[in-house]
Design a protein around this ligand. Structure first.
Ligand code: TYC
Length: 113
């Protein structure tokens, strides 16, 4: 029997359903996973430095940066931002590099959202 090109309707009805609309309906809009950049409190990093870092690295406005710094100061840690993995890791590295340049022990971590 000659095997010509397969057309819709000439196959196994189970396969027909699998290849049909039912499996095509989910739009391909899956988001990549996101990661939190967490800043930790310590006793030595100056408040003003943390505020400036939140403004420059995490693009916070002055009021939000100040509130977040105080929240970290009082609560021990806080979320500076949420990003795709590569961006989160870059920002955590920037925190460490800038703090190290000034001799401050400020620590940042990356956690799944
Ligand atoms: N606790 C620091 C101080 O009193 C300020 C500080 C805030 C440090 C937030 C780190 O992530 C931090 N100077």
């Amino acid at each position: 029997m000659a095997a010509g090109p397969r057309k819709p309707g000439d196959g196994d009805p189970r396969r027909e359903r699998e290849g049909g609309l039912a499996t095509e309906q989910r739009p391909k809009t899956e988001r990549p996973p996101r990661f939190k950049v967490v800043l930790y409190n310590d006793d030595y990093t100056p408040m003003e430095f943390v505020v400036t870092l939140l403004e420059q690295v995490f693009r916070k406005g002055p009021a939000e940066a100040t509130q977040l710094m105080l929240q970290i100061h009082r609560g021990g840690r806080g979320i500076a931002g949420v990003y795709v993995l590569q961006v989160a890791e870059t920002k955590a590295s920037q925190v460490h590099r800038l703090a190290e340049q000034r001799g401050y022990p400020l620590q940042a971590g990356v956690e799944p959202e």
